[in-house]
Design a protein around this ligand. Structure first.
Ligand code: AMP
Ligand code: MG
Length: 423
């Protein structure tokens, strides 16, 4: 179902840099084109198919930003207090419009339309009222506390570009403009498998040498957050024939097939054979740690359609890292979403670390406020890619760039929160 160009991922270098991988995704993956209309309440997480142009101004009319008194600035004395006559009262939502004559003020409340002739509003806390007279101080600038029609959005302007991933704030903007439904791209359909003779379903009997499957739970949660429709195809034994058959079956009706396990060097041929038997595999030995062995391929589904295939490593931490750094950009591209640039935030390393040059490394860290007010990143004590508690006991990942080979305590490093990575 995925629209992949023929020579998709024609890359055969030794280790693909993440930058190059992202560029390849941008160049070679063609987003799905089908769209549907959804009501605003069902739009969260969806990808806007067309740009949204504002049908109206926001605010739609000039109005007061405070509870107070609307005046004509020209009536005010520059050298002292001015006393004005209160000529009326305007509350929010009132249909009637009032106008202001020279020497008058109008009692006004937040959100009420500005009376004709008034250009400035005094906050009620700043004035003295005596019967139908109000005394206002000097010094307020013309236009103070007045919200102009169109100052937020001017009618006809583009407020959301196509490819926007809709969250609560974008939906609120659409609602403010009176929009009730949006055209979005269809959801992506993703099939997931776990592989491994040792992997069993939680809740079933676990024999000697077996472990419960955590990767499908992890992938389901991550895919769900990205708005994909997940088909859970269970656990496959380490059997290339069976894997091939299952991959071929899953290619129909899915945009992407994700597997975990069976990718480590000793087993690489197992996945390669299985995928190559039914499609084309280009090994992505991505320059990333954890998670270097990540395979990507295309599996035809008949009638010119095909599904993308990504084979993830088996260890849960490697699954997490490769998902957020490899699968997520691919899914975003397929979904028609604009690629959001991840911006690591600067924090201070509270540990020393050595790494190999030419690969990007992700270090699980917890954040802590140091005595001097800085934010320290504390590395999880266990490095292993199978240590699943290293994901639950930390706040996010430090991103150590390719050219870095070591960091010392006190170094400025880039931090990506789990929330930012999964968004
Ligand atoms: P593999 O890449 O298949 O050699 O797997 C690497 C490690 O990840 C092994 O220790 C596996 O037992 C483990 N692993 C593989 N799949 C899963 C899974 N679905 N859930 C938890 N651990 C897994
Ligand atoms: Mg395995």
């Amino acid at each position: 179902m995925a629209q992949l160009t023929d020579d998709c991922f024609a890359f055969s270098g030794p280790l693909l840099r993440l930058d190059d991988m992202e560029r390849l995704i941008g160049e070679r993956i063609v987003p799905v084109t089908e769209t549907e209309k959804v009501p605003l309440h069902g739009a969260r997480g969806r990808v806007l198919a067309n740009e949204l142009k504002a049908p109206v101004n926001l605010p739609p009319f000039d109005n007061s930003a405070v509870d107070g008194y609307a005046v004509r600035h020209a009536d005010l004395r520059a050298d002292g207090d001015t006393t004005l006559t209160i000529a009326g009262r305007l509350t929010a939502g009132q249909r009637e419009t009032l106008s202001l004559e020279e020497g008058q003020a109008i009692r006004i409340f937040t959100g009420a339309a500005m009376p004709k002739g008034a250009d400035t509003v005094f906050m009620q806390e700043d004035v003295k009222v005596d019967g139908d007279r109000v005394t206002v101080p000097k010094g307020l600038k013309p236009g103070a506390n007045r919200r102009l029609a169109g100052e937020d959005v001017s009618a006809g302007s583009t407020v959301l570009p196509s490819g926007t991933v809709l969250d609560a704030q974008q939906i609120a903007l659409a609602a403010a403009l009176g929009v009730t439904e949006l055209v979005v791209r269809r959801r992506l359909k993703v099939a997931i498998f776990s592989t491994g003779d040792e992997v069993v379903e939680p809740g079933t009997a676990r024999g000697a040498g077996a472990i419960f499957d955590s990767n499908r739970a992890l992938l389901t949660g991550l895919l769900d957050r990205l708005g994909a429709l997940v088909t859970d195809l269970g656990i496959l034994a380490d059997d290339p024939g069976m894997l091939s058959a299952e991959l071929r079956r899953a290619a129909t009706g899915h945009d992407l097939i994700l597997t975990s396990g069976g990718m480590s060097t000793g087993e690489a041929d197992f996945v390669r054979k299985a995928v190559e038997a039914v499609g084309n595999l280009v090994f992505w030995r991505v320059a990333i740690k954890p998670g270097r062995p990540v395979a990507l391929g295309v599996i035809p589904a008949g009638s010119g359609q095909s599904a993308a295939f990504v084979g993830l490593p088996g260890n849960p931490v490697a699954v997490f890292v490769t998902f957020v750094r490899v699968v997520k950009p691919l899914l975003r591209r397929l979904s028609g979403a604009r690629q959001d640039r991840l911006l690591p935030l600067p924090v201070r390393a509270a540990f020393a670390y050595r790494k190999k040059k030419d690969r990007r490394e992700y270090v699980r860290v917890a954040l802590r406020r140091a005595a001097d007010g800085e934010i320290d990143a504390v590395k999880h004590p266990q490095d292993g890619a199978g240590i699943i508690t290293s994901l639950t006991e930390t706040d996010g990942l430090l991103e150590l760039p390719e050219d870095v080979t070591s960091i010392e305590p006190g170094a400025r490093v880039g931090f990506l929160s789990y929330a930012a990575l999964m968004e």
